[in-house]
Each structure stands twice: as C-alpha cells, then as structure tokens.
Design a protein around this ligand. Structure first.
Ligand SMILES: [Zn+2]
Length: 288
C-alpha cells in the first residue's frame, strides 16, 4: 500500500458577509472584505500556498489583489457568480451561471479556472458532471458529508476511486471533500464555517487531532468576514439562531487559524493549493 504524504488544504471562499444564504436583504454599504487582506498576510507570513474560491461578482473590487495573490503562489478558483445555490438553479441555469463565471474570471484574470466550490456546498452528481464534462474543470471541492444541514447537497461519487479519506479521482478529475467526523450519531464538519467559529478551540482541536492522527488528508475553509477586524453588522430579520451563528466567537477565528496551522505543521502536514494536491494525487493514482 502506498504511503501518502500528509496533505493539508487551506482555502478561502472569497465572498462578503451579505452573501450568506440567510441574509435576504443584501445591503452592501458595509464590506468586511478587509478580512481578505488579513488572510493573505497571514498565509504569506506562514508560507502557506492557498486556494481562493472567488465569486465573480466581486472581481471588479478585488481584481488587482487577486492577481497579486496569484503572482505570490496562491491559486484562484471559482465559487460561482453571486452565491446563488446551484441546487436552486435548473441544470440549464447552472450551466449558464458556470459559463458566465468562467468567462468573467478569464476576462479579468486572463486565466481559466481549474476548480470549483459550490455556494453552501450545494451540489449533486448531475451538476458535478457538468463541471467535469461540459467545462473541463480539473477538480471540485463541494462535497461534505453532513446530513444535518438542510442546505448542503448530497453528492454521490459512484465511479470515482477513493485514494484516501476525502479524496476521490476519476480520469483527470478530483473531488476534495471537506472532512467531518461522526459525532453522537451524526456527521459534524470540522473543516470550517459555523462550527469553527462557535466551538471553543479546546473542543475543535480535540476533534481535529483525533481526525488528523488517523487520516493523511485535511482541508479547511474560511471567509473574509471571519478574518475582518470590523465589527460584524447587526442584521434585522434573520432570527436569533442565525444571528448567533454569524456573530458568536467570530473574532476568535484568526487566533484559531494560527493554532490550527501550527497543529497541522507539528503533525507533519504539508500545505498545498488544490491544484498542487490534484497533481500529487494523480501521480499516485498512475503508480497504483
Ligand atoms: Zn460561500
């Protein structure tokens, strides 16, 4: 059996706070995109190549910053146009959205994106096949085994080979799943989002350590608003639960990220961009 390198992927879904699915009115006066700059300083300081999944609606605002990030070794990939969930679109709407996103990406950044992550991880197999077969992308990272969350899609990987936990390959294409652990009979994501914000570090680190000591692949994602130094806005009409999910412990994320990076390095993980990981796993697959 091939011994795999320990691979860690750290990525950012580049969107603003008002792109969150439960915020229906999208006031755009206040931006928390300063968190993008703080994230880039953080990863550069720690020599971590990262993947930035971009909403193309934000490209006019972020174009030069993204080009700088790309020139410094980070990878740019797609997070769609406007953060509308793919499963809320018909297949032909989804195709049009992807076509538009890829064109705008290419016009602004003079590059064809290689990878995709669906808004709210909302992707099924039909839409995955469109990314792979119609647009010839090289990888996707929208799969999450999280049966408790109503927004997430369920993505079957029939016909794919599982190279290691959370990494699937088929022909030249890869799927990088976001890891979760079994917890009280359900699946609990340990790869970012609300749980990374809300759970105290001693619980999160306990769960992550348990996972990475058994598995050789780990992936985590964050958002600009979690790295922003601005005070999160008060949002009317989203309910107590969503307000809690959005705001609680949001200012603790930068410190948690530092601790997480040192934990992964201490455990011998090597940070890669998604495309570097894609190349690595395909080279292994060819040798098998
Ligand atoms: Zn998103």
């Amino acid at each position: 059996m091939t011994k795999h390198k320990k691979v860690a992927l750290l990525s950012m879904d580049v969107e603003d706070w008002y792109h969150l699915d439960y915020i229906k009115k999208k006031p755009s006066q206040l931006s928390m995109l300063d968190g993008f700059d703080h994230f880039i300083s953080f990863v550069d300081e720690h020599n971590i190549p990262t993947t930035l999944f971009i909403l193309t609606d934000l490209l006019p605002k972020l174009n030069s910053k993204l080009k700088n990030a790309m020139n410094n070794g980070h990878e740019l990939a797609l997070h769609g146009t406007s953060h509308k969930r793919p499963l809320k679109m018909t297949l032909s709407e989804f195709k049009n959205d992807c076509r538009k996103a890829i064109n705008v990406f290419n016009e602004n950044l003079s590059k064809i994106p290689l990878g995709y992550r669906a808004a709210c991880f909302s992707l099924d197999r039909q839409r995955l096949d469109i990314l792979k077969n119609n647009f010839h992308l090289s990888y996707d990272s929208s799969r999450m085994d999280f049966d408790l969350h109503p927004l997430y899609g369920s993505l079957n990987m029939n016909g794919f080979k599982r190279l290691t936990k959370c990494v699937y390959v088929k022909e030249e294409f890869s799927e990088f799943e976001l890891p979760s652990i079994k917890f009280f009979g359900g699946a609990l994501p340990i790869s970012g989002g609300g749980y990374l914000r809300i759970l105290p570090w001693f619980i999160m680190s306990f769960l992550i350590k348990r996972y990475i000591r058994k598995n050789s692949f780990f992936s985590i994602y964050i958002h600009p608003y979690e790295m922003s130094v601005k005070k999160p806005p008060s949002i009317n009409g989203i309910g107590i639960l969503n307000t809690f999910r959005f705001k609680y412990n949001i200012n603790k994320v930068p410190t948690k990220m530092k601790k997480l990076v040192s934990l992964l390095k201490k455990e011998g993980f090597e940070f890669m961009t998604h495309n570097q990981a894609q190349n690595y796993y395909h080279s292994i697959n060819k040798k098998l």
